[in-house]
Design a protein around this ligand. Sequence first.
Ligand code: ADP
Ligand code: C5P
Ligand code: MG
Length: 220
Amino acid sequence: MPAIEGVGMRETPLWSADEVTVIFVLGGPGAGKGTQCAKLVSDYGFKHLSAGDLLREEQDRPGSEFGEMIKTYIKEGTIVPMEVTIKLLENAMKDAREKDKKSLFLIDGFPRKLDQAHAFEKSVVPSKFTLFFDCPEDVMQERLLNRGKTSGRADDNLESIKKRFRTFVETSMPVVDEFESQGRVVKVSATRGPDEVYEDVKTNFKERGLEPIKLTFVQN
Ligand code: ADP
Ligand code: C5P
Ligand code: MG
């Protein structure tokens, strides 16, 4: 990964909101962010970038100077310093724009702390809105323990889950609250099944002017 100096230092964003559409996807651990993002990708043509996935990839990349640090933060359920996460996101966005001509992004599991929110919007691109999945802890815990049977994730165990819930309430909810006070949050209840939740998501997207891509099949 290239040097990370300069993140958050840029005085103007890399892209304007006209060039690049970013929707932040937030919600507690296990609320179903990744599941809903996968559905949105196939219907709307978004590029889905999960901050957690990018951090795990960087953790496992041979020669990464951040690998050990990321591992510790993830196990403890705490938030990796924003310079690392923002640089990973910025690089992945540049890549998707250059290679796949993408301009629609779902940024999943980010920003998880106010400093990340401010730095990203100031130096990368302002977001369009935040899609927030509201889910009680008992439901999320059950989903995560179930996911843990097959995920192989070091943090899908009860001890790490409790720590992640605490970080979510103390550190990440203030981000949702700040965006909410600015009228920039679309809140969806995440307790029902994936398809029902997705219906609500689509209704809310329509209200915000986002429509699924219509595929036209031409028969030869
Ligand atoms: P997140 O990305 O928010 O941590 P995931 O999308 O990985 O959450 O979902 C966590 C677990 O719960 C996964 O095993 C997933 O299959 C399951 N899951 C996701 N959404 C639902 C839902 N609406 N109802 C029941 N289980 C769900
Ligand atoms: O979103 P996900 O559950 O995959 O995130 C896993 C972990 O990655 C978090 O608990 C946290 O330790 C780290 N993370 C982070 N900053 C983010 C997103 C994830 O530090 N913005
Ligand atoms: Mg996820």
